[in-house]
Design a protein around this ligand. Sequence first.
Ligand SMILES: [Zn+2]
Length: 268
Amino acid sequence: MPELPEVETVARELRAVLPGKKIRSLELYWEKTFEHQDAPPLPGQRFGTIGRQGKYLLLNLDKSVLVIHLRMTGQLLARRSGQQARHSHDRVRFLLDDGLELIFRDSRKFGRIRHVLSAEPLLRKLGTDAMDQKLTAALFGSMLQKSAMNIKAFLLSQKYIAGLGNIYVDEALFLSALHPLTPAREVSGAEPLFNNIRLVLQRSIDNMGSTISDYRNTKGNEGLNQRYFNVYGRQGLPCKKCGGPIEKIRVAGRGTHICPRCQQRGKT
Ligand SMILES: [Zn+2]
């Protein structure tokens, strides 16, 4: 499932092609993918800045905003129109001027494009983006202190910090030698964990994201970061630190990858 680095990769690529381009028309192949709320018509509007908060993409237009969440398998493809036949998983197609098209492809159909007047009501409910410069280790530490959740559930909840999902939480907890069931308020010294979160996210952004199955960038290419995982998807394989086997357990309702020797409970 795309997390912050994958959505950031898509945002960066869209910033290079979309601003200034006008929407000529829109074709819906799967009605539920696109929700038109209280907003002026799309055709004729031009793209402005491309934003991102957590896992949400924000495509600003002259008079409204497209808020996109890729969910499990969503892909946004930007390319010259008419060069490729329609794919059976294409859900929405935006035809732009200059002969470009933007395709939303999504095999599982959980992804959503919301066309709204303002993204504010949604963003207000969302936590600070994990890469936002306003988020400091001190601020992160004070959020942990107030939480009654375990550290894995805290980091997955988008209410405090937005953008992390199962992959990067597991990777950051391993680097921090923290067991995922450790209560958030018992994490001693928030700074190493904070730094490791930034490290795993930045490394993945530098590698154009991680592709486990469906994630692709806007050109249809896979990311490279999956080559560098320490624990995610490595159950049964030797830990890169201690050589013991990586295990897969269940925490916060999610398959969770840990090294039981390097990440002991109660040891923070
Ligand atoms: Zn280990």
